[in-house]
Design a protein around this ligand. Structure first.
Ligand code: MV4
Length: 500
């Protein structure tokens, strides 16, 4: 294997920047790729080299395997990190990277493929002793057999797409007479979404939590790094995540962790991956699927385990052992992540667009801000609506939540609508603070989407104060010595030249 010294980052936004930072800390060079719309994005400037790969539309840039491989060849990168989304879980991409003689920074394509087929994954997990939701291991072929199976399990049951994930082609069935119709609508939705009409039946778990386990595997070891609580979601989009979970004690953590390690081992997993589970109110848990990529919410695990997951991915891909202590690991304190999106809660969470005119980023003890945007950037509809991840750490959940309130109060975003106020109401909500959450929490709380007039006045006052502060700063004479000023002029020139 040729040694890896330069990594191409096949992604954009905050995760591209996150990966570039990890490369630099590992002593590796990073190559950014960017669409025409992302020319001025922070990830482009943070990289050592950058290659334009096409127009804004992902299908013509970030999803173009040929252009990514050509960019790697042209820049001499020996490895490719896919980030999340885009091509991250396409087995064909991992294969193409391997075929081109490059290192794919992620799991083997065989592990991606095995976990991508939901009924195959169920069969393999069951064989490995991982608890799966009671149900069928193969797609439904006739109504009679489906009725018999559902009757045996007892209603409610759930009809799911075999090729599925993400909630498409899913139906809850509460009585036998609804089953035929549900099978038909789920199959047609599945065909439309995945090009495969196969559906199967599972026992429906009422009001579960969504708890996932982080795993990390190198050539000799597979370990788990505890759970993330991801129940606070809206239409299958996570809104806030935390580690650990109020619903998981050390004993349950070890049982769920052992199940996740067994799941990873069963498919020959390497690199960072995540096993998703449903955790029922009675403490029983069921494997749902494995995400064979680094996830958006990975920072909360990093903060409570003191491990840099992306640096570990880089080490593992280079054939080095992971730097994770041997022996039992335990979470230290509590971490919470709020996804700051350009969605407007007052307008049905419609994505807003515009130029980021002003940004005051929260800082101070225990605060981390992962974003791919800076002032002057445009928030468009070409990509997803996540503008930043605000992550905080505290010694316990109470401290972490109070710190999140403080950090959200520091945050000022001008130019686009955002869910900042919604997150502020969520983290100070008594039911949320008491940990009374499950996957339907936000469905029960439409009130959280409504701005509160008094709080809104405070927010407007904060914005006015921030603008006044900024204006005052600009009015002051720059306190820069002549030599420094010359230096910064060179820097400015270098930057603008570099962006041609
Ligand atoms: C379930 C379930 C209840 N019972 N399966 C949704 C996405 C897909 N990956 C699995 N999903 C679910 N499967 C059974 N047997 C409830 C969900 C579900 C869900 C799961 C995780 C996070 C959010 C969710 C929102 C709605 C439904």
């Amino acid at each position: 294997m040729t040694p890896v010294t330069r990594v191409l980052v096949a992604n954009r936004g905050e995760i591209a920047l996150r990966i570039i930072r990890a490369c630099h800390e590992e002593g590796l060079e990073a190559v950014a790729v960017y669409s025409a719309a992302d020319r001025l994005s922070p990830h482009v400037r943070a990289a050592d080299l950058a290659v334009e790969i096409g127009p804004a539309a992902p299908s013509e840039s970030y999803l173009r395997i040929d252009r990514l491989l050509e960019a790697a060849r042209a820049t001499g990168a020996q490895a490719i990190h896919p980030g999340y989304g885009f091509l991250a879980e396409r087995a064909a991409f991992a294969e193409a990277v391997e075929q081109a003689g490059l290192v794919f920074i992620g799991p083997p394509s065989t592990a991606i493929r095995a976990m991508g087929d939901k009924t195959e994954a169920r069969r393999r997990m069951r064989a490995a002793g991982v608890p799966v939701v009671p149900g069928a291991d193969a797609p439904v072929t006739d109504l009679g057999a489906a009725l018999a199976l559902a009757g045996e399990m007892g209603y409610p049951v759930m009809v799911k797409a075999a090729a599925g994930g993400g909630g498409k082609g899913m139906r809850v069935v509460r009585a036998a007479e609804e089953l035929e119709g549900a099978l038909a609508t789920a199959a047609s939705e599945a065909l439309k979404a995945f090009g495969d009409a196969g559906v199967y039946i599972e026992k429906f778990i009422e009001r579960p939590r969504h708890v996932e386990i982080q795993v990390l595997a190198d050539a000799t070891r597979t370990v788990h790094l505890g759970e993330r609580e991801c129940s606070v979601q809206r239409r299958h989009q996570k809104v806030l995540e935390e580690a650990p979970s109020v619903a998981v004690d050390a004993a349950l953590r070890e049982r769920m962790g052992a199940a996740a390690v067994a799941a990873a081992a069963a498919v020959g997993y390497r690199s960072a991956g995540t096993c998703e589970f449903l955790l029922a109110a009675d403490g029983s848990f069921y494997f749902l699927e494995m995400n064979t990529r680094i996830q958006v919410e990975h920072p909360v695990t990093e903060m409570v385990y003191g491990i840099d997951l992306v640096r570990e991915q880089l080490r593992i891909a280079r054939g080095l052992p992971m730097q994770v202590p041997e022996g039992p690991l335990a979470p230290n304190g509590w971490a919470v992540e709020c996804r700051i999106t350009s969605e407007d809660p007052a307008n049905g969470f419609m994505p807003s667009t515009g130029r980021l005119e002003f940004l005051r980023v929260p800082a101070g003890p225990g605060v981390r801000w992962d974003s791919g945007f800076e002032v002057g950037n445009d928030v468009t509809l070409h990509y997803d609506s996540m503008v930043a991840k605000l992550i905080v750490w505290g010694r316990d959940r109470r401290e972490a939540l109070r710190r999140m309130v403080r950090a959200l109060d520091e945050l000022v975003i001008i130019g686009i609508a955002s869910n900042q106020g919604f997150q502020r109401r969520l983290v100070s909500d008594p039911a949320f603070m008491a940990g009374e959450i499950d996957i339907q929490f936000l469905d029960r709380r439409p009130d959280l989407a409504e701005a509160r007039p008094a709080a809104e006045l405070t927010r407007l006052a904060a914005i006015a104060a921030a603008l006044a502060e900024d204006a005052a700063r600009h009015a002051r004479k720059p306190a820069i010595a002549e030599s420094d000023a010359a230096h910064s002029a060179w820097l400015a020139t270098a930057r603008s030249e570099g962006l041609r």
